[in-house]
Design a protein around this ligand. Sequence first.
Ligand code: SME
Length: 160
Amino acid sequence: MSPPATTSAKSARAFSFASINDGLANCANTAALIYHALPELNWAGFYFLRDGELLLGAFQGKVACVRIPLGSGVCGTAAARRETVVVPDVHAFPGHIACDADSRSEIVVPLIRGGTLLGVLDVDSPRPDRFDQDDARGLEAMVAQLLEASDFERLATSSS
Ligand code: SME
């Protein structure tokens, strides 16, 4: 895995997992790649669907909330809708869960394989309106690559 110098998630997707198919190892490196390759982030990481709710997984950033019910916050909303959610102003998002008070904008990409929800990728920024459609498409491409390369059986134990 060779992190490129870039400012947008669209161009940050040019990396590979080589022969590693462990879901946790690949999520940990993906979180680290995103956090260090993209500017103006204060959190990047994963929640996995576990017994009907989202459970904190591999991440970079400050200590975060551990469990998020489906439908709650930005993460639970993206998981329930099964679509990427871009929030330009977290203070204007009803039900936003403030794990880090510095967060001003956020993007959440659901992890879906074969119609099964496995979790979400969550990325936060201290800058308002940090994420655009290029970031959404880039992060979705990274998630698709991650899902193709990785085994999530031990991480996500219940589908929804
Ligand atoms: N803000 C998220 C909670 C997770 S933290 O940002 C890491 C939400 O509203 O779901």
